[in-house]
Design a binder for this molecule. Sequence first.
Ligand SMILES: [Zn+2]
Length: 283
Amino acid sequence: MEVERTRHGPFERLSFAFGTPTGRSQHSVYRLGDTLIDAGGTVATAELLALLRERPPRRIVCTHQHEDHVGNIAAIRRAFGDLPVYVPRQHVPIVTTTARIPEYRAVYWGHPEPSGPVEPYDPGAVFEDSSVALEAVLTPGHTPHHITFVARDGAASYALTGDLYTSRPLEGWFESAADDMVASLRRVAARAPDLVVLPTHGRIKPDGARVLSDMADWIDREAERIHEAAERLATRDPRALAAAVYAELGPDIADLGSGGEISRAGFVRSILAPNRGLPVDPP
Ligand SMILES: [Zn+2]
């Protein structure tokens, strides 16, 4: 396990990475004073607890319900006491009960542990620590009710974007909604021209507003291609359209490996039939 600890203004990033047979697993949690933003996956429980031990957190706030963001809540409470945990309201039933995920995901993030009791929060909630206010901004698209935390510190602005991806994957997640994603990317980008984006996965983006806007433009362009193809081929079937529009990319490995949870057909579906509520049944 590669562990990396870096400082970004008032935030500290704790990042965990390792190779898997099918690719690299990397995720991170952030810390602002005594507040942990997301709790990480159980693939890195021991490493995370070791980093937190010298100054245990007193509160956890989570961006969304997925296992790489909430998996260690129970372990952190066992290690450091029953600290308060805040989760988006609609994600509470998932976070408090989920103990198993599909194996292809467990290889990357580990099976989560049910969290124990958590406090629901809503968009607009503000969590203060170290004289910095974390504001919960609704950013659905990756999953319904996903939250981005935005903060100002002096002249600097930050966005803890969770899984508000900017990596342009043509493989869509089964809970996703492309138009919501575009609106969320633009909403966060509009916060400040010099926004620093602190994502869960991937590199820090000092030019965050531009990166978020570029991603929104890219999704809009792909959506236009998909809508045109749907018209031309007279079908709205995501598999048929994905095969036609992305034919040059060859077989959809992600689709095969994830049982359809992550696929090009899923990306097409996110454009033609966006998911806006939970739970979403796996394909
Ligand atoms: Zn996620």
